[in-house]
Write a protein that binds this ligand. Structure first.
Ligand code: ASP
Length: 379
């Protein structure tokens, strides 16, 4: 994917209506150069698109804009192609049901916010995903949940981090966005807020499944073993298997009124410690939505997504360079992040869809008003 940044390096030419660095605005350009650049763009764009098949189902620029569009993810990682058929089918079934909920709501004229909240609640309730019931466990065997939501109309946002008793964290995040003057509540304060807001709370044991208990036991074992080989580990996290590593859920949507929204919900990373919080509740890293550009939800190694302000950076590249959603997402996922860090889903204000990842797989799905309905794990 080296083609896209290379293309953008030529933005000083007026073809893009953009000036790089300290080049002067309205600088006259040379027609032959423009022709050369144009040919280069066509050649490199074709190469860029065909060399990465993780993006083949992206929906590129739409004109006129689509009536509605939605994309969902259930985490990115090293999903083995040898996973048991029943496991694969269970994921495909659940993703299909989740996508159907969102697609139908948008088709009926629901707001993008209502659609993403409904879909994420469904995924939080499904123990397959690392969010709500079935979330991964911390080093001490508890579930600690993070979530965020953003409204592309006015950049309003709400988030919660490290909650242990909120049944559907995404709904509390939305409540924070719509009814408080703040953006992010953490820990006990967030739970106190949930009581005031009338958002359902449950015992922590509600979130914990046998699978996740076993996963934690293996993670702790591996931790001891892994330390022998990985004293230099940057994160200190040693998830028990790459299959379990990422399972966060996220939804982005464009509704019939042209409004974008994004939401993300997670249990974080297995064996996390000391109140660790990842990117999922961080606006601009795990979640971002701006009607002028796009809505983004991230999944992967949260620390890297925070460092690179991934969700906002994609929006900013679109805003400041005129790049398409697909181009901007490809730059950030393939050039800024490292191989294996994770991926993003995005919907543009025109209904374009990007699902870009640098891991072998990402549980994902996309649907739109043109009849697209697709659910995938790998290519
Ligand atoms: N991004 C999440 C975190 O770091 C994990 C994930 O996406 O699965 O907490």
């Amino acid at each position: 994917m080296t083609g896209i940044p290379f293309i953008l390096r030529f933005r000083e030419f007026s073809f893009f209506g953009y000036l790089d660095g300290n080049a002067k605005r309205n600088q006259p350009t040379v027609p032959m150069r423009q022709l050369f650049v144009l040919i280069l763009i066509i050649v490199l764009s074709t190469a860029a698109i065909s060399c990465n098949d993780s993006e083949i189902q992206d929906v590129q620029n739409q004109f006129p804009p689509l009536e509605y569009a939605i994309a969902i993810h259930g985490g990115a990682g090293v999903m083995s192609r040898d996973m048991p058929a029943e496991t694969r089918e269970a994921y495909i079934r659940s993703l299909t049901e989740a996508l159907t909920i969102g697609r139908d709501l948008l088709a009926e004229g629901a707001s993008s916010l209502d659609a993403i909240e409904s879909v994420i609640r469904f995924m939080e309730d499904d123990p397959l995903f690392n969010a709500g019931h079935g979330a991964v466990l911390t080093n001490t065997g508890t579930a600690e949940l993070d979530a965020s939501v953003m409204d592309g109309r006015d950049l309003s946002a709400g988030a919660i981090a490290g909650v242990k008793t909120v049944k559907n964290p995404i709904s509390l995040a939305r409540h924070v966005m719509e009814n408080s003057r703040h953006v992010l509540f953490a820990g006990e304060g967030a739970e106190h807020y949930a009581d005031q807001a009338g958002v359902e709370r449950v015992e922590n044991s509600y979130f914990i499944t046998d699978n996740r208990r076993r996963q934690l036991e293996r993670a702790i074992e591996r931790d001891e073993v892994s330390l022998d080989h990985s004293g230099g580990s940057a994160t200190g996290y040693f998830p028990e298997s790459a299959n379990d590593r990422f399972g966060t859920v996220g939804v982005v949507a464009l509704d019939r009124d042209g409004n974008l929204a994004a939401g993300t919900s997670t249990g974080g990373m297995t064996n996390k410690r000391f109140g660790r919080v990842g990117d999922s509740p961080i606006i601009g890293a795990g979640t971002y939505a701006d009607n002028r550009t796009c809505a983004i939800s991230s999944t992967g190694t949260g620390e890297e997504f925070i460092r690179n302000a991934v969700a906002y950076q994609i929006s900013a590249i679109m805003e400041f360079t005129g790049a398409s959603l697909h181009e901007a997402a490809s730059i950030v996922v393939h050039e800024k992040l490292k191989e294996g860090d994770g991926g993003i889903i995005g919907v543009g204000s025109d209904g374009s869809i990007a699902m870009v990842f640098n891991t072998p797989g990402m549980y994902r799905g996309a649907a739109n008003s043109e009849g697209l309905f697709d659910v995938k794990i790998w290519d």
